[in-house]
Ligand binder design. Structure first.
Ligand SMILES: [Zn+2]
Length: 169
């Protein structure tokens, strides 16, 4: 079985000053890429604004503005489409099994939302199946490796995705 994503959501504390981030406060969420998974760190506005310009682009896999959810509301928040697209696009070319799985599940979610359109599939020389897809609003082509997950695995990966992004897909 492919290695599971190990997304560390350690605490709701700022990654720099360690101040507790209360529910309802605006924060900058970030994902840092490690060898085969991601670590999520949130920053308070004050610390984020002190980072040198452009650092957010280079240091992190992706960043997005969010609000610390109320504990009970956590499940009801929907993940922003732009964030899903950004994450999907940035995973292009990843070869680690966990990231391939993640990209595939994101493709399924984007298809369901009619943001990504399936074209056709074919086989690479190594035997893997590749889906040729098009992002609707830009018409940009995307190749997505089908990792041949069963339903249970898709559910699991999808759950991990919801956890890291803190919302419903
Ligand atoms: Zn801080």
């Amino acid at each position: 079985m492919a290695k599971e994503f190990n997304i560390a959501r350690l605490s709701s504390r700022c990654g720099t000053c360690d101040v507790e981030l209360p529910a309802g406060s605006d924060v900058m969420a970030t994902l840092t890429e490690t060898k085969d998974d991601f670590v999520r760190t949130d920053y308070c506005q004050a610390c984020w604004s002190q980072k040198p310009a452009g650092e957010g682009e280079s240091e992190f896999f992706c960043t997005w503005q969010t609000r610390v959810p109320e504990p009970k509301a956590r499940k009801k928040l929907f993940v922003d489409n732009d964030l899903l697209i950004n994450f999907f696009e940035r995973l292009a070319g990843a070869v680690e099994p966990a990231k391939v799985n993640f990209r595939f599940v994101l493709a399924l979610v984007l298809m369901r939302k009619r943001l990504l359109v399936y074209g056709r599939s074919d086989r690479r020389e190594d035997g893997s199946e590749v889906w040729h897809m098009v992002m609707k609003h830009t018409q940009a082509p995307h190749e997505v490796v089908d990792p041949k997950m069963d339903e249970a695995m898709i559910d699991q990966v999808s759950g991990q995705l919801g956890q890291i992004l803190e919302g419903e897909l």
